[in-house]
Write a protein that binds this ligand. Structure first.
Ligand code: GLN
Length: 486
């Protein structure tokens, strides 16, 4: 029998139902591991609160409840607000903040019987690709602790990879589930924009933000996604009026005849040879599983970077205007008048990258520049979505790298925002189009660091992505490999 912390969510759930282990034993086991870890993945734990949830789960189990996730532990990215734990969004601005309510995603997973073990580190307000923008320190990649875990859901990815939790939530605005999943050798899925409620997700760029699960396997992601999705009409006007699906159905469907589109622009200059080699091998595996490969084109791929880095900061500058020191969060200690209080509060509370984006966003929305930047970016965003629609006429799903390289060294790009932005090239187009996307581990590059394969599907086709990822995982064992010492 594998160690508890090497088990998948599906295994743990089965063992809980078989009464082979209790929810309280599991919570204790993982809490001990969290306490002993020095990766910096967790920002908050509260063993008493977690054990109370575990006791409630054990009572449901004892009463014969067979809910599929009952008693399984997880942790939430600190972008989700939670009643039982502080919620900081990785920012000093929200140090010590307690929400009076749970985010819808948190509530749904709690109702499914999952036990929350704490809150996970992330880039401040989910702005970043390395987790180095957290006000609470960087997270280390468990595969090489001198390297970044990716971002912005870096704590989530590192925690799962290190066996501190069997699953975690993440959020993805421009790649923040897919890229850290890739860098830490785990599986993650961002559903179609609108599938998961954004209620209680601290807003970064509202037209892009989406929640999703991060875990070891596609099957585990399917289990969590089934529980966390669904309409939330009273609380998130952009949540889709589509019933939650059971994504575990259809995982085993054969891939014969599946047409996988390879965007020419995802395999060009800039893609590191070691990443390319792992992706190519994965594609050969897909051929062996019955899929056919077709070349497609996403001609505006490069434009996704400037378009995203106009639209996302524009929305952020508006969303973050609520942090003014009046109702909640940090407030400057000394100030002359109201304007001075706003100014000092925001100057002290926000980090460098967040301030940079607020300024860029304010600029591109300002009178005189709105048409030249923001409006233009919106038009190109539409064209990027149209490019995907044209590509999906020729294929069932799109595959490519998640990131151009494996995880880089801590500090390497810390002083170079543009270098960070450029590394988002393969995840941004799907985000701008609102498509479902996932990352699954498919090999190792230089230094034995994990490489992720990105799968993108047409709107609402999460099932197709999970099926393709699951079949790959049935035929390979990359998702079961662990960093040394874990
Ligand atoms: N790396 C991207 C950014 O810095 C994406 C972040 C995200 O998806 N939250 O904005």
């Amino acid at each position: 029998m594998r160690e508890l912390h090497h088990s998948t969510v599906a295994d743990l759930a089965a063992r809980l139902r078989a009464r082979d282990v209790s929810a309280q034993e599991l919570a204790r086991h993982f809490l001990d591991r969290i306490a002993a870890s020095d990766l910096g993945a967790f920002l908050a734990t509260d063993p008493e609160a977690s054990l109370a949830q575990a006791r409630a789960a054990d009572a449901r189990l004892a009463a014969g409840d067979t809910a599929p996730l009952l008693g399984v532990p997880l942790a939430h990215k600190d972008i989700f607000v939670t009643r039982d734990f502080p919620s900081t969004a990785g920012s000093k601005m929200l140090a010590g903040y307690r929400s009076p309510f749970d985010a819808t995603v948190v509530r749904r997973l709690a109702e499914a019987g999952m036990v929350t073990l704490g809150k996970l580190n992330c880039d401040e307000f989910a702005m970043g690709s390395s987790n180095e923008n957290s006000a609470y320190g960087a997270v280390k990649n468990p595969w090489d602790t001198a390297r970044i875990p990716g971002g912005s859901s870096g704590g989530s990815a590192a925690a799962v990879a290190a066996g501190l939790v069997p699953a975690a939530t993440g959020t993805d605005t421009g790649g923040s589930i897919r890229q850290p999943a890739a860098f830490c050798g785990i599986t993650g899925i961002k559903p179609t924009y609108g599938r998961a409620s954004r209620y209680g997700m601290i807003a970064y760029a509202s037209s892009l933000d989406q929640a999703g699960p991060m875990a070891r396997t596609a099957q585990d992601c399917a289990l969590l996604l089934s529980a966390l999705c669904g309409p939330d009409p009273d609380r998130d006007a952009t949540s889709l009026d589509l019933p939650a699906e059971d994504y575990t159905r259809g995982l085993d469907a054969p891939l014969d005849g599946l047409r996988i589109g390879l965007p020419r622009e995802f395999f060009g200059e800039g893609l590191a040879p070691d990443v390319r080699a792992a992706i190519d091998a994965a594609l050969r595996q897909y051929q062996a599983l019955g899929a056919t490969l077709v070349e497609v084109s996403l001609p505006r791929t490069e434009l996704a970077i400037p378009v995203y880095y106009i639209i996302a900061p524009a929305e952020a500058s508006s969303n973050l205007s609520r942090f003014d020191g009046v109702k909640f969060g940090h407030r400057a200690g000394q100030y002359a008048d109201l304007a001075d209080m706003y100014r000092k509060t925001r100057a002290e509370g926000f980090g460098e990258e967040v301030k940079r984006r607020i300024m860029v966003g304010t600029y591109v929305l300002s009178h005189g520049y709105y048409d030249a930047y923001y409006l233009q970016a919106q038009k190109i965003r539409r064209m990027i979505a149209e490019d995907f629609q044209a590509a999906f006429a020729q294929c069932d799903l799109i595959a490519g790298p998640v990131a151009p390289t494996v995880a880089w060294k801590l500090g390497d790009k810390a002083d170079d925002p543009v270098a960070n932005y450029l590394a988002d090239i393969y995840t941004l187009p799907g985000s701008l189009a609102g498509l479902p996307g996932m990352s699954l581990p498919v090999g190792f590059g230089a230094g034995g660091l994990p490489v992720g394969l990105q799968l993108l599907g047409p709107w609402f086709q999460e099932q197709r992505l999970l099926n393709a990822a699951h079949r790959f995982q049935q035929a390979t064992d990359f998702h079961l490999r662990r960093p040394e010492g874990v």
